[in-house]
Design a protein around this ligand. Structure first.
Ligand code: GLA
Length: 669
């Protein structure tokens, strides 16, 4: 059971199934029961040791491996593979006590107390030294164990230490800036720092954007980039040690890829992951959590150029514990979400965590084994899922079929949208992306959520929503997409600034003005209670613009208000048949869906009954069609093949009971 880069073998036989395993909280009799229940559920992989540093290195350079040896042996005896974590997310108390200078300082200058995790400064040399020492010790001891099949570096890097504003970070930021700009003149030009007389005369005068006083958006964006890079350096330093000791094992870290930007710039990190891994939690307040699952999967899949399968390292069997009110999942929801992740390209489904804690910070977070124990709805669902994943083993390694549409996602654009002073400072980055995704997802039009530097060939539709920052080169590639026959849709707040976060002059959206054949002279943000209506009946909030349609047709105009009669949605057609559509107003999600129906017509996507989502994964020889019934009504869908979860031959029609998933296997035609 060893992994090799040469044959790219997945770390488990078939799909992976399991959880974060934190046995250190329990005595040995519970460990023995854990093994029994893991086998009963079909668990074949656990992430081990994520927060164990303080129990492994009990004092400076003094190790206690006894309990860890025992648990590794026990897992091995039971044939359960180990995703071994470097425990660097949670430094031990003795280390924080000896070196309080490694604690994160927030943007108000407040040093964080020990007591949580990820409380270390990513630029701290003391942390780096100690963390690499435990990584080396761990890898030396366990890197050659047969059942250690992959490395899990730290945990959700950036989750607690996305930004640190201490003096060590400030010095590191200045080094990063010297590397990037070489000269002060270049930095001053990029930051337009002459405004307010802020021209820098010495790199030593540059500070992180501390407090609310630092408002230069170019500086703030560079600090965000620097912060992501500093965390990446920590990941890479750990990875280098692991590769030196166990070169054959894949290395990853768990991302938090969802519909909003993160402190970490995941697409720029993904080339350094042997297996892409994600943690995904739905929100209690989300009216459509199943679409959030789809969005994150559509993004994960597209983080590699060859759309490789990825692994879901964490999600929840039921409620989480970190929201104001934590909704318990409905019957069938955890199984359906899990299989939906598989449909979107995941080859492994793991949870946080195996057994619900009695005490500690996460005592009311759901787990595979709940507080109430084995005879519960949750554990029954876990067993059901285990059986389904075993039945789906042949799916492992197949790829989700090429999507028709691509939505551009860029963390840098997200950072820039959310920070700095803007015409409307209350907009989320991800909202419009999710609206456009939803408009296509509901019609079973395949979508990849891609980066602006990706290859767009293979798509017929490209959506740039809230793509506030864009480079000249990527803007040209996006324009070329429309000029050469694709349908390009540009929504408000896209292409406004260059990569220095400076406005592109001559009318918005500067980067796309030419390809759109339309431009806007002024942004007219709406107040909270204001709405607009267009002559097509479409409605919206938040954002309007004074647009001129020079060489574009007008698809919709304002009715009433200060922009009465002015264009709101325009379309330019190219001789190639390509189109560039400018949606300059903040349309409601229903209106986005209506517009999408007219500009992205269906081309043979099945019109399935009810709330059925359909995705196809393909190997060289077979196709696996997933039908995910998000509704409560039983439906029947067209299809022929072998249904894998019930092992039934299907001719012409397949029944998909309410709330369930069915997967049809058939040879590729
Ligand atoms: C994150 C962490 C886990 C756990 C879960 C709870 O994903 O990585 O350790 O805290 O949140 O939802």
């Amino acid at each position: 059971m060893t992994w090799s880069h040469v044959d790219n073998k997945w770390p488990t036989d078939g799909l992976s199934f399991g959880a974060d395993y934190n046995p250190e909280q329990w005595d040995r009799s519970v460990w023995r029961e854990d093994m029994k229940l893991m086998l009963e559920a079909g668990v074949n992989l656990v992430s081990l040791g994520i927060f164990s540093w303080g129990l492994l290195e009990v004092a400076d350079g003094e190790y206690d491996w006894t309990w860890f040896d025992e648990i590794v042996d026990l897992l091995e005896e039971n044939g359960i593979a180990i995703d071994l974590a470097t425990p660097t997310a949670a430094p031990p108390g003795w280390l924080l006590h000896a070196h309080p200078e490694m604690l994160v300082v927030d943007h108000d200058g407040v040093k964080h107390w020990p007591g949580a995790r990820l409380g270390w400064c990513p630029s701290s040399p003391v942390f780096r030294e100690h963390s690499l020492r435990i990584v080396r010790a761990l890898a030396d001891r366990y890197g050659a164990r047969d059942h250690v099949v992959m490395w899990h570096v730290s945990n959700e890097l950036g989750g607690g230490n996305g930004h640190c504003y201490c003096d060590v970070s400030a010095a590191a930021f200045r080094r990063w800036l010297r590397d990037k700009y070489t000269s002060l003149d270049a930095l001053n030009a990029a930051w337009n720092s002459a405004f307010w007389g802020h021209t820098y005369r010495d790199f030593e005068h540059v500070l992180p954007p501390r407090g609310n006083d630092s408002k230069n958006p170019s500086l703030v964006l560079d600090f965000d980039r620097f912060s992501s890079d500093e965390l990446l350096q920590q990941y890479l330093a750990e990875r280098t040690v692991l590769k030196e000791i166990a070169p054959g094992l894949p290395v990853t870290t768990n991302f938090m890829v969802g519909a909003e930007q993160d402190a970490v710039d995941y697409p720029r990190w993904s080339p350094y992951m042997d297996i892409l891994a994600n943690d995904h939690y739905t929100r209690s307040s989300d009216p459509l959590p199943q679409q959030d699952v789809a969005f994150s999967g559509d993004r994960m899949r597209a983080l590699t150029t060859d759309r490789r399968p990825w692994m879901l390292l964490e999600h929840s069997t039921s409620a989480v514990n970190w929201q104001p009110r934590n909704r318990a999942k409905r019957a069938g929801e955890a199984v359906r979400n899990s299989l939906s992740h598989v449909a979107h390209g995941a080859d492994g489904i793991l949870f946080f965590q195996w057994r619900a804690s009695r005490g500690g910070a996460e005592q009311f977070h759901s787990a595979m084994v709940p507080h109430a124990g084995r005879d519960t709805v949750v554990f029954a669902a876990v067993k059901e899922l285990g059986a389904h994943l075993r039945a789906l083993a042949p799916v492992q390694g197949s790829r989700v079929r090429q999507a028709r549409a691509a939505i551009l996602f860029d963390d840098e654009a997200g950072w820039a949208v959310q920070k700095g002073v803007k015409p409307n400072n209350e907009l989320s980055y991800g909202r419009p992306l999710r609206d456009w995704h939803r408009a296509l997802w509901e019609r079973n039009i395949g979508v990849d959520v891609v980066s602006p530097w990706d290859d767009f060939s293979g798509y017929d539709t490209l959506i740039a929503a809230n793509l506030f920052v864009v480079s000249d080169q990527n803007a040209a590639r996006i324009a070329h997409f429309a000029e050469s026959g694709g349908t390009l849709i540009v929504t408000p707040n896209s292409g406004i600034v260059d990569t220095d976060n400076q406005v592109r002059l001559g009318g918005y959206p500067g980067a796309f003005r030419e390809v759109l054949g339309a431009w806007s002279e002024e942004i007219h943000p709406l107040q909270v209670d204001e709405r607009f209506t267009l002559d097509t009946g479409w409605t919206g909030t938040d954002w309007t613009e004074h647009v001129h349609a020079d060489s574009a047709d007008v698809l919709a105009r304002y009715v009433g208000g200060s922009l009465d009669g002015a264009p709101a949605v325009t379309s330019r057609t190219f001789p190639s048949g390509g189109r560039a559509i400018y949606v300059s107003a903040g349309l409601d999600s229903g209106s986005v869906a209506a517009l999408a129906r007219s500009v992205v017509p269906s081309i043979g996507e099945p019109d399935l009954p009810g709330d059925v989502e359909m995705l196809v994964r393909e190997s060289d020889t077979e196709a696996f069609t997933f039908f995910i019934n998000h509704g409560s009504a039983d439906v029947s869908v067209p299809g022929t093949g072998v249904e894998m979860l019930t092992d039934t031959d299907i001719v012409d029609f397949l029944d998909v009971p309410g709330g369930t998933v069915r997967v049809l296997r058939r040879p590729r035609t």
